[in-house]
Structures are given as structure tokens and as C-alpha cells.
Design a binder for this molecule. Structure first.
Ligand SMILES: *[C@@H]1O[C@H](CO)[C@@H](O)[C@H](O)[C@H]1NC(C)=O
Ligand SMILES: *[C@@H]1O[C@H](CO)[C@@H](O)[C@H](O)[C@H]1NC(C)=O
Ligand SMILES: *[C@@H]1O[C@H](CO)[C@@H](O)[C@H](O)[C@H]1NC(C)=O
Ligand SMILES: *[C@@H]1O[C@H](CO)[C@@H](O)[C@H](O)[C@H]1NC(C)=O
Length: 500
């Protein structure tokens, strides 16, 4: 009897210990060791390097050059920031004066770091073909992700995926790292706020939230340390938990996009100065640069494309994550003044000179075109769609709904009769099937302008700028690399500034 009681006690103590252990990565004994590396396009001749350390750095520095053996340039900053509940410091340095489209070698200055490399950005106007990937709703893999019970045909059932990383989007992105030049990830990055999905985390949410962030950015580093990784906000970046009652209970540091701002606030660009000879374009680009609010809304140019990343979570009428928004009390503050985001977007889109960057794409988190059964973001549509149409956006990329979808070019619910042959309306896709612990969403009922929908396995989108007139969009099955859907959008791009 006594023995049984004793062992039951020991067992429950053991259970409590197991329950209260968040899966933190090991802290390196050399605390200057860079972890969670991430690059971003910061200007037409500049790349930012972000990384975390388990100690504050007085002066984060990066050495770089065009050969592994002579890292002749060096940039430093004083940006080494943390927040309550975080174990790490986010560091950021911008490498400037880069020769375009050139392989650079870089070493984050530390007593324990190695030399890595990246391709510097193509200048606006370089019409060399290239590809990018769009991954949305990704999340951590391993013990804290990808493995909840439910419809097992719709998720990865392997409890830990290490070290081969196979079956995942991250693995596919790593294997194909030489095939694309940058990644856009408009929101729902680590899914740290889903910590409660794992019973082991239930008594230790505060640490579990941080542990997932540390794991995710560690898993991403082999890719994000090689290719610019352009991130913008989704609902899972806001707080420790999406459910209203828990959001109120979030500790300081786990509300109001804190980690997201710490991590990307210094690394995302604002908007570039215009290289157009047109005076109005210059004025608009300068206005956009002044109104941009990275990492929430910002733009950049790269070769043939101008990319605007919008914030579908806050900063427009009835924005879902603001106080009173449809997300349910996430209570994220507006990050700009009343019309700042929409004024930025109008100026930014108006500044795009198609003789320099023929392609104009917009990335955001919540879609307003999505198959039946998933809820479109009506307030987003109301705020953004008229601007996208007016300034002739070619392609709009969203996620939030966990699957892949492609729509005909469409405006205000009406398909453009030209279809893919020089439409006036933007083509819309959803690339939200990249991964994540919540699993895939059913393809839903057919919405009339939908031409492709897939939710049988994890997937993402690859966008290839083939020429000034042809843009190829492919959906890739992460586990196999198979192309699930392929389409080519043809645009004449015969107007220097589109206003319609
Ligand atoms: C040095 O960095 C590597 C990873 O880059 C890490 O595994 C190792 O523990 C670090 N060494 C020390 C002494 O911290
Ligand atoms: C995934 O990894 C496991 C274990 O290493 C291996 O047996 C399996 O063949 C791999 N699958 C793929 C699709 O690469
Ligand atoms: C959220 O963060 C923004 C930017 O730092 C700040 O202006 C705002 O006051 C914060 N809101 C809350 C509720 O803390
Ligand atoms: C949805 O319906 C439209 C119009 O009937 C059709 O052209 C399209 O192929 C359908 N999409 C899918 C994914 O079945």
C-alpha cells in the first residue's frame, strides 16, 4: 500500500516535472554564438543581418566581402534588444555598399561563428529572370509542432523530424536553396501562441511560448541565413494566445507583437527611394518611405519586381486584431496614425515605374478571396482592394487559410474577362499550406473565380519572374517537390504608371 502510494506520488511529481518542461534549445556555452540568423533586403545595395544571442552585445558587428578569405568590410550597430520573458537578444546590422547580384561572404563577429554567404539584391531595373517562394502559416516542426491529433491524413504525424527535416516545407526550401532568390512570409510565422496544444506545455505557457520561438528561428536559420526572408505580421504574431480570456492574461512581453517587433523591427526595409526619372514617382516614393512602418507595412524593389507587404491585422477600419476587431480582443494597438498604412500604400503603389520594375506584387496575411467555408477578410477587402486595382497590382499573395488556392484575376468579386492574358485586375493566390500545428484546412466549396485548391499535403508557392511580361506561379508539394499547379500570367506592361 505504502509503496504504491509512494510510487503514485513519485509518478505525479514526475508528470508535473514533465508537464512543466518547455522544449528550449540548449544554450551554447559561448554566449556570443549567433543563433536564429535571418537576412533581409534592406535597400537596393543593402542587406540586413539579424540574429539572436543569449547575451546582450555591446556592439553587434558583421564582417563581409566578396571572397571567403578577405572579409574586408565591417558594419556594426548598437541594436541588441530583448523583452520580458525572452532569453535572447535580437541583434541587427545593415551591410551597405553592396555590388548588386554578387555573392558575398559574411561572418557575424563572435568567438564562435562561421563564414556564410548570400547573393546581394538585384537593382531595380535588372531584368534577369529569377524566382522567389511564398510561404505562409509555417510554424515550428518537431515536438512542439506539426503533430497534434486529428485528421491524420491532413498533417505530418512524425513526432520529431530531425535531423533530416524531411516531409516539411523547411526541408524543401533547404534542398532547393539555389533555385530561388528570396522568400516572402506574410504572417503566421512560428505559431508560438499554440503552445497549449501540447499537454507537456500546459503548466509552463510562458516558457513554452519562448521555446517555440527559439526553436522555429533556429530551424529556419539555414535558409534565412542564406536568402533574404521578408516577414510581415499575421494574427499568430500578436500575443501569447488568441483566445480572448488568455490574451488578457498574457505576461508582459507576450502581447502586442512584441517578439515580432524585436526580431524584425530593425531588419525589414521601409520603402526605397525611386530610381525613376519621373518627378511625381520620386515624390510618391519619398512619401511612402516616410509613411512605411516596418516590420508592419513596407516595400522593396528587386530586379523586375516591386513588392509591397501590407498589414492585414491592424491599422485600417475594423482591422481584425485591433481593440474590438473580429479576432476577439487581441488588443494590438494601431502602429501608425489614423490613415498611415493606406496613405503609405497609395503613395507606394503610385510610385511604381513599370519601365523599371514591370511587376508589382502585394503580400499580406488575410485573404479576401478564398474558397467557401473559410472566412474572407471583408474589412481587408474594403480597405485594400480598391488600391490594388487602381494601381494595377499584378499578383496578390495571402495565407491565413491553411491550404493552396489560385483565383482568376478578379476585382470586386468579378473575374476579369481577359483571364491570364493581360488582365486589368490582380491575380490572387492563397499560399497558406506551408505547415503548422493547426494542420491543413479543407479546400472548401468552390468560389466561382477559384481555379485551383489543394489541401492534401503541405505546399507553398513559387513565383518566377520570367520576363517583363511573363510571370509563372507554381504550387509545390513540400514532401515531394511535385508541381501541383502551374500558370503563367501575361501582362503587356505598356503603361509607365498604371492608374485605372
Ligand atoms: C559554437 O556554435 C555551435 C553552433 O554553431 C554550437 O553547437 C556550439 O555549442 C558552440 N560552442 C560553444 C563553445 O558555445
Ligand atoms: C525521411 O527520413 C526518414 C528517416 O531518415 C527516411 O527513412 C525516409 O526515407 C525519408 N523520407 C523522405 C521522403 O525523404
Ligand atoms: C503596442 O506597441 C506600440 C508600438 O510599440 C505602442 O505604440 C502601443 O502603445 C502598444 N500598445 C499597448 C496596448 O501596449
Ligand atoms: C470552380 O468553378 C469554376 C466555375 O464553374 C470552374 O471553372 C473551376 O474549375 C472550379 N474550380 C475548382 C478548383 O474546381
Amino acid at each position: 500500500m505504502v509503496d504504491i502510494l509512494a510510487s503514485m506520488k513519485a509518478l505525479s511529481l514526475f508528470a508535473a516535472c514533465v508537464l512543466s518542461t518547455a522544449s528550449y534549445p540548449a544554450i551554447p556555452s559561448d554566449k556570443s554564438t549567433p543563433v536564429q540568423q535571418r537576412l533581409a533586403v534592406k535597400g537596393s545595395n543593402a542587406v540586413s543581418v539579424g540574429w539572436n544571442t543569449y547575451q546582450k552585445l555591446a556592439q553587434p558587428c558583421v564582417e563581409y566581402g566578396t571572397s571567403t578569405t578577405s572579409l574586408t568590410s565591417k558594419q556594426c550597430s548598437i541594436s541588441s534588444v530583448t523583452y520580458p520573458t525572452s532569453r535572447t537578444y535580437s541583434n541587427a546590422v545593415t551591410l551597405t555598399g553592396l555590388t548588386p547580384a554578387t555573392t558575398y561572404y559574411y561572418k557575424i563577429v563572435s568567438t564562435n561563428s562561421s563564414v556564410e554567404h548570400f547573393l546581394s539584391p538585384r537593382v531595380p531595373g535588372d531584368n534577369t529572370p529569377f524566382s522567389i517562394n511564398a510561404i505562409i502559416d509555417l510554424g515550428v516542426y518537431g515536438a512542439d509542432g506539426f503533430t497534434i491529433q486529428g485528421d491524420q491524413t491532413k498533417r505530418d504525424i512524425i513526432p520529431t523530424i530531425d535531423p533530416s527535416l524531411n516531409h516539411t516545407t523547411i526541408d524543401r526550401l533547404a534542398r532547393t536553396v539555389d533555385d530561388y532568390e528570396f522568400i516572402i512570409h506574410p504572417g503566421d510565422l512560428a505559431y508560438a501562441d499554440d503552445w497549449f496544444e501540447k499537454p507537456k506545455n500546459l503548466l509552463d505557457g510562458k516558457n513554452a511560448y519562448e521555446a517555440i520561438l527559439e526553436q522555429f528561428y533556429t530551424q529556419l536559420a539555414p535558409i534565412a541565413g542564406r536568402k533574404p526572408y521578408m516577414a510581415s505580421p499575421g494574427n499568430h504574431e500578436v500575443a501569447c494566445q488568441e483566445i480572448p480570456v488568455l490574451t488578457l492574461a498574457c505576461p508582459e512581453g507576450q502581447k502586442n507583437f512584441t517578439d515580432f517587433m524585436n526580431r524584425f523591427g530593425q531588419t525589414m526595409p521601409s520603402s526605397f527611394a525611386s530610381t525613376s526619372a519621373n518627378q511625381a514617382a520620386k515624390v510618391n516614393a519619398n512619401k511612402a518611405a516616410a509613411l512605411a512602418k516596418p516590420p508592419f507595412w513596407f516595400s522593396f524593389e528587386y530586379g523586375m519586381v516591386h513588392v509591397a507587404m501590407i498589414d492585414t491585422e491592424t491599422d485600417f477600419a475594423n482591422a481584425p486584431d485591433q481593440p474590438g476587431g473580429s479576432s476577439g480582443h487581441l488588443n494590438a494597438s494601431p502602429f501608425g496614425t489614423a490613415n498611415q498604412q493606406l496613405d503609405w500604400l497609395a503613395a507606394d503603389l503610385a510610385s511604381v515605374d513599370r519601365t523599371i520594375t514591370p511587376w508589382l506584387i502585394v503580400g499580406g496575411h488575410r485573404p479576401w478571396y478564398t474558397t467557401k467555408g473559410s472566412s474572407p477578410c471583408d474589412s481587408c477587402q474594403k480597405a485594400f482592394e480598391p488600391l490594388l486595382y487602381k494601381y494595377g497590382v499584378d499578383l496578390a499573395i495571402f495565407g491565413h487559410v491553411h491550404n493552396s488556392q489560385r483565383f482568376l484575376p478578379v476585382n470586386n468579386g468579378v473575374a476579369d474577362p481577359a483571364k491570364l492574358n493581360n488582365p486589368k485586375a490582380p491575380m490572387y493566390i492563397v499560399a497558406g499550406g506551408a505547415g503548422n500545428i493547426e494542420g491543413l484546412s479543407s479546400v472548401g466549396g468552390n468560389y466561382s473565380t477559384n481555379v485551383f485548391a489543394y489541401a492534401d499535403d503541405f505546399s507553398y508557392a513559387s513565383v518566377s519572374f520570367q520576363s517583363a511580361n511573363n510571370l509563372k506561379v507554381e504550387f509545390i508539394r513540400s514532401s515531394t517537390g511535385d508541381v501541383l499547379d502551374s500558370s503563367v500570367l501575361y501582362k503587356k506592361h505598356d503603361q509607365q504608371f498604371v492608374v485605372q
